[in-house]
Design a protein around this ligand. Structure first.
Ligand SMILES: Cc1ncc(COP(=O)(O)O)c(C=O)c1O
Length: 304
C-alpha cells in the first residue's frame, strides 16, 4: 500500500513520505494507542459509509487522555480528516481505517511524560477478516491484562502483546482464536473481540469491570438485540463452564464483525453449528452498516 495516501501530523501525504525513527518510543516501548474503524462499500448506492466514526474517535481521545498523548484535534476534526483521506484514496471497496496516536520522541527513557505527540491514519481494503464463517476457540493460558496494569478502556499498542500471545498459543494448538479470562478467572474477551453467549432466552456479555474493551460493535450488537429482536441483554461476569453450556456464543469486533463460535476447548457450542440468534444479529448488522435501515442511518457517515 506504499502508493496510498495517509494522514500524518496534520497533512495528507504519500505513505512512503512518512519517516519514523527506529528509536521512536512507540516502536521501542509501545507508547501509543490506536483505533480500528470500518467504512463499508455499498455497490447498490455506489457509496462508502464510515461506521460509527464519531464513537471511534471519542474512544481514541479517551485512550489518549489516559495515556497522556496530547493530540491537537477534536473528534469532529479527526472525522473530517478521515473522510478527506478516504476520498483522496478514492476507495470503492470496504476499508479498514487505522488511526494511531503515539509518542514520537527518540529519547531512550520509556516515559509518557514527553510532549512529542503524533498521530497518523492509514487505511487498507478489508473484506471478511475472520476468513471463516465460524470459529473453534480455546481458553488461553494467558490472562487478560487488568485495568491497573494497562488501562483496559484504551486500545494501547503495547497491550496488544497480551493479545498476540493468546492468538499465537491458539493458532499453534490448532484453534482459530483464543478467549482470555480475567485475573479472577472470569471470561473477558478475545484478543481483539468482545464475546457474547446466549442462554435461556438472554444474551449475556461480560461487563466493563471485567477488563474488557468497551467495543463499539458490542454496543451495536446489544442495541440490535434489544431493539430489533426484543431480547434481554445482560452485562455480567461469565464463568468458564457457562461457556461450555451456552446455547450459542459469538465474537463481535470491528475487524471480526459478528463471528459465531462453534467449539470451545473441543466442546461443541449448542449443536456445533452457528446459532440462530447470532445469524439474525449478523444479518441485521450487515443491513445497517451500509445505511439501509433509516433507524440506524446515524451510525453511517457517507464518504462521497
Ligand atoms: C481487545 C479488544 N476487545 C474488543 C474489541 C472490539 O471492539 P470494537 O467493536 O470497538 O472494534 C477490540 C477491537 O477493537 C479489541 O482490540
Amino acid at each position: 500500500m506504499s502508493n496510498s495516501y495517509v494522514f500524518y501530523q496534520g497533512k495528507i501525504v504519500k505513505e512512503e513520505e512518512v519517516k519514523i525513527s527506529i528509536r521512536c518510543k512507540a516502536f521501542n516501548y509501545g507508547l501509543g494507542c490506536f483505533e480500528g474503524i470500518r467504512a463499508y462499500w455499498d455497490e447498490e448506492t455506489n457509496q462508502l459509509y464510515a461506521f460509527r466514526l464519531r464513537e471511534h474517535y471519542e474512544r481514541l481521545l479517551q485512550s489518549c487522555k489516559a495515556l497522556n498523548i496530547n493530540i491537537p484535534y477534536t473528534v469532529e476534526e479527526l472525522c473530517d480528516w478521515t473522510l478527506k483521506l478516504l476520498r483522496k484514496n478514492e476507495f470503492k471497496t470496504t476499508v479498514y481505517i487505522r488511526p494511531v496516536a503515539f509518542k514520537g520522541s527518540d529519547h531512550l527513557f520509556p516515559t509518557l511524560y514527553d510532549d512529542d505527540n503524533r498521530i497518523l491514519i492509514y487505511c487498507h481494503p478489508m473484506g471478511n477478516f475472520a476468513g471463516k464463517d465460524a470459529f473453534r476457540v480455546c481458553i488461553s493460558s494467558w490472562r487478560r491484562i487488568s485495568d491497573n496494569m494497562i488501562p483496559a478502556r484504551t486500545k494501547p499498542t503495547g497491550g496488544y502483546l497480551n493479545s498476540a500471545l493468546a492468538s499465537l498459543e491458539a493458532l499453534q494448538n490448532g484453534y482459530d482464536e483464543a478467549i482470555l479470562l480475567t485475573d479472577s478467572g472470569y471470561v473477558c474477551e478475545g484478543p481483539g473481540e468482545n464475546i457474547f453467549i446466549y442462554k435461556n432466552g438472554k444474551l449475556i456479555t461480560p461487563p466493563p469491570s471485567d477488563n474488557i474493551l468497551e467495543g463499539i460493535t458490542r454496543d451495536t450488537v446489544m442495541t440490535l438485540a434489544r431493539e430489533e429482536l426484543g431480547m434481554e441483554v445482560v452485562q455480567r461476569s461469565i464463568t468458564r463452564t457457562e461457556l461450555y453450556s451456552a446455547e450459542e456464543a459469538f465474537f463481535s469486533g470491528t475487524a471480526m464483525e459478528v463471528t459465531p463460535i462453534v467449539e470451545i476447548d473441543n466442546r461443541k457450542v449448542g449443536d456445533g453449528k452457528p446459532g440462530e440468534v447470532c445469524k439474525k444479529i449478523k444479518e441485521i448488522f450487515f443491513n445497517i452498516t451500509t445505511g439501509k435501515n433509516p433507524k440506524y442511518a446515524h451510525f453511517c457517515t457517507p464518504v462521497y
